[in-house]
Every structure is written in C-alpha cells, then in structure tokens.
Design a protein around this ligand. Structure first.
Ligand SMILES: NC(=O)c1ccc[n+]([C@@H]2O[C@H](COP(=O)([O-])OP(=O)(O)OC[C@H]3O[C@@H](n4cnc5c(N)ncnc54)[C@H](OP(=O)(O)O)[C@@H]3O)[C@@H](O)[C@H]2O)c1
Length: 323
C-alpha cells in the first residue's frame, strides 16, 4: 500500500514518519506540509519525496497518515476519503462533532478504511488489559488521570497552538476515553465537569454499563506530578492499567497493520473514524458543561465556589481562634 504523510510537526517527525518508513508492507510515497522546507527535510531523512501540493500527493497514494492539528486533520481527511484514500488518523478525530461527522460521512460514502491512533489501543499490554476488563464487566467505578506537563521544560509539544487553545480535555481526553469506553460502555451522560488549576479538567461520566468514572486531565501539571493512572473497581476487585512499555513507533506500526487488515477484510477496526467521532461527541458534551461553569466575569471554574461557601460566617478559623 502506497501511503503519504500529511504534516511535518513533532509527532510526524517522532512517530508517523519512522513508523511509515519502517513498516514492511507500506511504501512511504511522500510527505506534504505547509512549509515546503520542512517537508523536504523530513522526506529527505526517510528517503521519500516532498510534495508542494496536497492533491498531487493524494493522486499518488492509496492511503494517507495525518499528523496535524485536529481542526486541520478533519477537512483534509474528508478530502482524502473523497479521493478514495484510506485513512490513518490521529486523535482527536476533530474538535467539533460536525467536523467529525463530515469525516465519517466521507468514509462511509467512499467505502475507505479508517483507523484513529489512540495509542493505548495499539500497545499489546494495555490493549490486552482493556480486553480482559471488558470481558469481566461488573465494574462499579473508575478513575482515569492523564496528567502531562507540556508547557514547561523541554516538551516537544510546548509550542503547539491548538493544545494551548483547546487544552488537556482535547489532547489527552481522547486517550482516557479510548481506555474507558470499551470497558465501561458508552457515556450516557456527563454528570459534572469543572476546571482545576491551569488547563486541568475534572469530569464525571455515567456509562451505559451502569458504572461511573471520574476523569482528571491536564497538560499543566507540575513535572513531578505528571503521569497516567487508570483504576477500575468492581465485583472482581481493583485493577490498574499497566504502563505501555515501548515508545509510539511500534504502536503506530500496529495501527498501520490494523488499517491494512481493515482494507483487506472490509471489516471496520474498533478504533475507526466512527469511534473517533463518538470520542469527539463526548468531549464536546464535557466542553459544554465546562462552558456552563463560568463565573460572572467569564473566567473558567469561578461559577461554583458559592455552592461551597459556609452558611455560618462565624464558623471557620477566626471563630476557632476567638474560642
Ligand atoms: N496518539 C498520540 O499519542 C499523539 C501524540 C502526540 C500528538 N498526537 C496528535 O498528532 C497531531 C499532531 O501533533 P503535533 O504534536 O505534531 O503538533 P501540532 O501542534 O498539532 O502541529 C503539527 C503540525 O501542524 C502544522 N499545522 C498547523 N496548522 C496548520 C495548517 N493550518 N495547515 C497545515 N499545517 C498546519 C504545523 O506546521 P508548522 O510546522 O508549519 O507550524 C505543525 O508542524 C495532533 O492531532 C495530536 O493530537 C497524537
């Protein structure tokens, strides 16, 4: 399968380009980026060619991999699907349900295959754990903490404008949902959502299987507090998501395998564009709750403190000191 890469940013460089050039069944046919010099540099390092025109690249391939901000990815995915190209997309599929639905409609109408790279779903250890917990069922509650420290230190993602604008909900929220949904079922209701420090978001979800989950998502955690933890509690006891033991490239090679299998079998992968759309719809529902949680001055998270104010102004530290 001849595949082209759209994007020349940090993730294209660290994950997509190495995975496409390493994959034994892919012919890495070219790179397109909005900066021709960046496309030429990345293509040169992987022995492929740079394209100045995205449609010229689409004309030469069977599939595209996309490593671009979601608001750029979605319309390009529509364009590629309409040209009959299979899609290896990245999370989040889109940042509005409308843009996500345009992708799924184009995929359906063109009959192309799609896979969205939800990383945890392509690490064998984490995917096996997800499958086992889905099989067990009877979960009572879950917590998923996805905490990054992206805008401090030397993170390659520090200069990413869309991450600054959309925050942790849209960057790491997709990862948390990609683990929880197959285990606990679809989200029936976003029961609550509020802002924490920085871009931190807390959300409480009500799942179709009857369990609740609590998400804590951040890109602005102190470096020492960063990390990922998913814990499930239920009839079977307590279990923790194992750590992915390898970097992103082998996982992305497996995502490309999954795309090839979907193309050959005609059967959609569980992480196809339809699943990507569902994740976007749930994140949009959390965003709507957050947007409702604003104070009179419009700042996030200022709408709730009144609810926890003490009814008795005499109570508290001053009253105790006086006593
Ligand atoms: N699955 C995972 O674990 C994982 C991990 C990291 C990233 N990702 C995903 O991968 C995607 C890319 O992320 P990233 O870290 O490389 O950073 P990014 O901030 O999304 O930037 C990627 C590239 O997009 C280009 N770009 C921005 N706006 C554009 C536009 N309007 N038209 C054309 N190109 C545009 C930028 O080009 P310039 O260089 O010219 O500015 C930049 O090189 C994101 O969707 C992210 O969620 C997934």
């Amino acid at each position: 399968m001849r595949i082209g890469l759209l994007g020349t940013g940090p993730w294209a460089d660290r994950a997509h380009a190495p995975a496409l050039s390493r994959h034994p069944e892919l012919d890495f046919a070219g790179v397109w980026g909005r900066r021709p010099d960046a496309a030429a540099e990345l293509a040169g390092r992987h022995g492929t060619r740079a394209y100045a025109d995205v449609d010229a690249l689409l004309a030469d391939v069977d599939a595209v991999a996309v490593a671009l901000p979601p608001a750029v990815q979605a319309p390009l995915a529509v364009r590629a699907a309409r040209a009959g190209r299979h899609l290896l997309l990245d999370k989040p599929l889109a940042v509005t349900p409308e843009e996500g639905r345009a992708v799924t409609a184009a995929v359906r109408e063109s009959g192309v295959a799609s896979v969205v790279f939800f990383t945890a779903r392509f690490h064998p250890g984490t995917e096996a754990w997800i499958g086992e917990q889905a099989e067990r069922g009877d979960w009572f509650t879950a917590r998923a903490q996805w905490l990054g420290s992206v805008f401090s230190g030397d993170s390659p993602y520090a200069a990413s404008p869309w991450r600054r604008e959309k925050g942790a909900l849209w960057d790491v929220g997709p990862h948390a949902l990609s683990v929880l949904l197959p285990v606990l079922g679809d989200v029936r209701r976003v029961a609550a959502a509020t802002h924490g420090p920085g871009d931190t978001v807390h959300a409480v979800l009500d799942h179709a299987g009857g369990a609740s989950s609590v998400l804590t998502l951040s890109l602005t955690a102190p470096p020492a507090a960063a990390g990922v933890a998913v814990e499930l509690r239920g009839e079977a006891g307590v279990t923790l998501l194992p750590e992915g033991a390898e970097g992103p490239v082998p996982a992305l090679v497996r995502a490309a395998d999954a795309l090839l299998t979907a193309v050959r079998s005609g059967r959609p992968h569980p992480c196809d564009a339809g699943f990507g759309l569902r994740v976007t719809e749930i994140l949009a529902a959390v965003q709507a709750r957050l947007d409702g949680d604003r104070g009179e001055d419009g700042t996030p998270g200022r709408g709730t403190p009144a609810a926890v104010r003490s009814a008795d102004p005499a109570a508290g530290p001053t009253a105790h000191r006086a006593g």
